[in-house]
Ligand binder design. Structure first.
Ligand SMILES: Nc1ncnc2c1ncn2[C@@H]1O[C@H](COP(=O)(O)OP(=O)(O)OP(=O)(O)O)[C@@H](O)[C@H]1O
Ligand SMILES: [Mg+2]
Length: 326
């Protein structure tokens, strides 16, 4: 990854060992954005204990998944695990291909990240948004308009040629996150990982809204610090001390009065908890309407938010081999 970098502040500056080769990688990969974790564990260094332990999960194509959990439960470590920024065990696959066999460059060009603290910018705004020089300026301005950053950049003397380090003092963390969002849109990644920032609630809400509109056909994983942002997710993953303790639709998790998610929601206080429950119920209703519509439109289509494990295997056939509990 050239310019906007994820949580690389966590890793040593020594060159990373890359054992991936991209061997037998299909030219069309990644086609769908199916992310599977099979007994996946992660530690920040081989000498350190696992902080994510034996996670089995399949995140379906197009799915919007929120990750929640208490402090230190492992939410941010999921991002590190996906980007191979540490010591992975078990298997993580994207559309059936093991992430460990990918060249790091391929992996980091495939996943787009909108990190919590996008501090490690270098180069110009143009380089950051389009590191592989695949787009004309017109495309870049259009995307900047989509993320409501066009006017801001137009006001810089050197416009797209402004060095991000120069603009750093005048761009907030939220605005840097919006640039990451623009970059993900330009890259056309199938899988986007967002780490919600804890400073700028409005930007978070805007990012979530934009993700839902502009990334309908992408798998989006949001590491959440506030429940508000992920109540309308398709599914929520709850982490506790490095273990995945719950993974289901928010409205289903809320029905379990002793469940981890229900408890997290209840901690918000009675009125706020009720509001969050209402958001989950409303989004469930909308999802079911969309599901019905998609079945009417595409009678043969199995890629819907209500897919079961059997349906996924059915859809992907033998191309995607994964052994996991959904
Ligand atoms: N760079 C690191 N090196 C070593 N251990 C780390 C590193 N980053 C996090 N950890 C440890 O990994 C565990 C999980 O931390 P992580 O940051 O993933 O949790 P989190 O759920 O994101 O927490 P928070 O809500 O505070 O952001 C914790 O025990 C933490 O101390
Ligand atoms: Mg964190």
């Amino acid at each position: 990854m050239t310019s906007i970098q994820p949580a690389f502040q966590y890793v040593d500056l020594a060159p990373e060992l890359d054992e991936g080769t991209d061997k037998d990688l299909r030219e069309s990969w990644p086609e769908y954005g199916l992310l599977t974790l099979e007994s996946a564990s992660f530690s920040h260094h081989a000498s350190l204990p696992f902080v994510l332990r034996k996670i089995f999960v399949a995140v379906r194509p197009y799915e919007k998944v929120g990750i929640v959990g208490g402090n230190g439960s492992g939410k941010s470590s999921v991002l590190n695990m996906l980007f191979r920024l540490g010591n992975n065990s078990g298997t993580v696959r994207i559309d059936g291909y093991p992430v460990k066999d990918l060249k790091l460059k391929t992996l980091r060009e495939t996943l787009s990240v909108i990190p919590q603290c996008p501090v490690l910018f270098s180069g110009t705004i143009r380089n950051n948004l389009d590191p592989f020089k695949r787009h004309v300026d017109g495309d870049i301005w259009e995307i900047l308009d989509d993320v409501q950053m066009k006017n801001k950049i137009l006001n810089f003397n050197r416009k797209l040629d402004t060095l991000v380090s120069d603009s750093g003092s005048i761009l907030s963390i939220g605005e840097l996150q919006l640039l990451c969002l623009a970059r993900a849109m330009l890259m056309g990644s199938r899988i986007i990982i967002v780490e919600e920032s804890s400073v700028d609630h409005e930007t978070d809400m805007f990012i979530q809204k934009t993700l839902r509109h502009k990334f309908k056909d992408c798998t989006v994983i949001t590491v959440a610090h506030r429940l508000n942002t992920i109540m309308d997710s398709d599914r929520v993953m709850v982490l506790d001390n490095g273990k995945m303790v719950e993974f289901d639709e928010p409205s289903i998790l809320l029905n379990n009065s002793n469940g981890h998610f229900r408890k997290l929601v209840d901690q918000a206080g009675r009125n706020e908890a009720q509001r969050l429950v209402n958001v989950a119920e409303e989004s469930k209703r909308l999802r079911h309407i969309m599901l019905l519509q998609s079945k009417l439109q595409y009678p043969g289509c199995h890629v819907t938010v209500s897919k079961t494990k059997a349906e996924i295997i059915n859809y992907f056939g033998t191309q995607v081999v994964y052994e996991t509990t959904v």
